[in-house]
Design a protein around this ligand. Sequence first.
Ligand code: A2P
Length: 332
Amino acid sequence: MKNVVIAGATGAVGNEFIKLLEAREFPVKNLRLLASARSIGKKLEFRGEKIPVEQLTSKSFNGVDLAFFSAGRESSKVYIPHAVESGTVVIDNSSAFRMDPDVPLVVPEINPESVFKHKGIIANPNCSTIQMVVALNPIHKAAEVKRVVVSTYQSTAGAGAKGMNELLNQARAWANGEALEISSFPSQILFNLFPHVDIFMENGYTKEEMKMVNETKKIMNTPNMGISATCVRVPVLRSHSEAVWIETEKKITPKEAKEILKKSPGLTVRDEPENGGYPMPWEVDNTLDTFVGRIREDFSHPKGLTFWVVADNLNKGAALNSIQIAEVLEAG
Ligand code: A2P
């Protein structure tokens, strides 16, 4: 049994942590909930008990075995070193330590063994990366993926509770004929979309796009894989979608790929397009698997395959993957 804290407990991912720790019967002895000073006075329910939210400080980690962090990159940078100093094992949802060679970056379906190389911190990958690699890795094992081109359709939940609220508030304001407020996003998100997730880098890509490139190579241990991403924010509340095109070393047919994906952990194949049988964010919300559909030959290339991937970015893209990492640690 473990003493556990959630840093960022009042956020969109924090909320899923609380629900999933309970639902999966993670062996929690004592759970403490941490957030900013703004949340002092709030109480959140875990196993029928109302737990008061405490302020996250450098002294929050005495006697804590395990900390789940989802309070933003800056909080991770400031507070995680204190947690590690206290002997706490940290599973971090932010991008702060993901590319640090001493920090394992883990998707349990792919590289569970690297969990045990940790020196106090284990990083949870970016949400868009996780769902892509869960689908990509089984195909890579069968046919060696040489090149990936991906276009994402990312929900507002990727920007946390405030991102989801911004879409809802804009919808309400529009219905009432009022001016739309923009604060979390670079532009209006209602009735719109933009190829702009996170900041722009010198190479013309966004930081989100480069996370998909670099994190995929680290998780799958494929330094020479060609990857190019375009990340797009769309007016969806929750769950990310991705169109993925791949070139493989060995020819793989859509039928073969489907059979492989059906047998792979964490994946559900929903691929009967004539009957509306393709995954959509609306129906994937609050589920745990990564869903794949529209699996077909990319006829622009002799060894090309293309498919569509949808997953709940707050679950498999964040809280669930982190808890699965903790479960691997627990199982030893
Ligand atoms: P708070 O609710 O007190 O602001 P989301 O990603 O859904 O926006 O949630 C972010 C989470 O991270 C919230 O729980 C938020 O707490 C927490 N958080 C953000 N900044 C800090 C900070 N500087 N110190 C502690 N918690 C923080």
